[in-house]
Ligand binder design. Structure first.
Ligand code: NAP
Length: 288
């Protein structure tokens, strides 16, 4: 997979990674899911996004199996493992234990990226202190946040050590572009990379609308690809976004990985802007 994205700590990550929400929940699907994720790694989707919240640890456990299987032939350094701490576990008394528990389930001894899943009640300065300590202790290589809007990022950047934030993970697809209004620009100014969740709109009603949209379908036809691939190519179009589609199907994952090689023309991007206009005012942060 080409077009790596460079984080400000010097690490390169691929523009497409593997989401794992709902993966690992059902034992009877485990083998298919492990095969699917290993296929993704094979295709260059070496970034895996999980969270202690997903299936209350079941997703991390399944990803742990994938990692051990991969390590039978590959190197840990080739993978980029992302997990997230729940807001109520992010205080100074709990964050260390939460991180250790995630790593135990993942069968690894460091996380590449640890995200504060969403803003909770614990003072942000305390969370930042905890994340920076985990980094100093070598348990995590870097940290970031998720579901942070413009005001939240501004608050974060005023906290000592807050500038170490590498990534902000937010929902983003053509039918939900609110973050383009002012959040993305602020992040770019501070070299905070955007990690895009639900890039396929979660496969629900909105996803169906996107998949069936005439503009998306025409572009897919012109490139001889699927509408999902167009949506992913659009998501990562500017080289500053990493998208993390989830799939439990090896075929879908092969398809998703190939989206990295699609370049949409300015005319096609304009057509998508007409079908799904960018925001003209501040909108509430979309999270589902
Ligand atoms: N930070 C946060 O608060 C947050 C919130 C939500 C999600 N996330 C992360 O972001 C990841 C992605 O978001 P998501 O899982 O909610 O939604 P998504 O990736 O937008 O959509 C997943 C759905 O798309 C389907 N799909 C995937 N590839 C496809 C393809 N090529 N063709 C047709 N359908 C395809 C999947 O079905 P199949 O499995 O059948 O392929 C699944 O139903 C999550 O898994 C999670 O890691 C983070």
């Amino acid at each position: 997979m080409k077009k790596n994205i460079r984080l400000k700590n010097g690490t390169n990550i691929p523009p497409l990674g593997l989401g794992t929400w709902c993966i690992g929940d059902r034992p009877e699907k485990a083998q298919q899911e492990i095969t699917a994720l290993l296929t993704g790694i094979d295709q260059g989707m070496t970034l895996i996004d999980t969270a202690e919240m997903y299936g209350e640890g079941l997703s991390e456990k399944l990803v742990g199996k994938v990692i051990s299987k991969y390590l039978q032939k590959g190197n840990r350094e080739d993978l980029y493992i992302v997990s997230k701490v729940l807001p109520w576990n992010a205080g100074r008394n709990k964050i260390h234990q939460a991180c250790e528990s995630s790593m135990k389930r993942l069968e690894i001894d460091y996380l590449d990226l640890y995200l504060y899943h969403w803003i909770g009640d614990i003072p942000l300065a305390e969370v930042v202190e905890g994340l920076n300590q985990l980094q100093e202790q070598g348990l995590i290589r870097g940290w970031g946040v998720s579901n942070f809007d413009t005001a939240d990022i501004k608050q974060l950047l005023q906290i000592p050590g807050g500038e170490n934030c590498l990534v902000n993970q937010n929902l983003y697809h053509p039918a939900s572009r609110g973050i383009e209004y002012d959040l993305l620009e602020l992040m770019y100014q501070h070299d905070i990379i955007h990690m895009s969740y639900c890039p396929l709109a979660q496969g629900g009603r909105i996803a169906k609308g996107l998949q069936e949209n005439a503009t998306i379908r025409d572009i897919a036809e012109a490139h001889n690809v699927t509408p999902s691939q167009v949506l992913l190519a659009w998501n990562i179009r500017n080289g500053k976004t990493v998208a993390i589609p989830k799939s439990a199907s090896a075929n879908h994952i092969m398809e998703n990985a190939a989206a990295c090689d699609i370049t949409l023309t300015p005319k096609e991007l304009e057509a998508i802007d007409t079908a799904y206009p960018p925001p003209t005012c501040k909108l509430p942060l979309d999270t589902e």
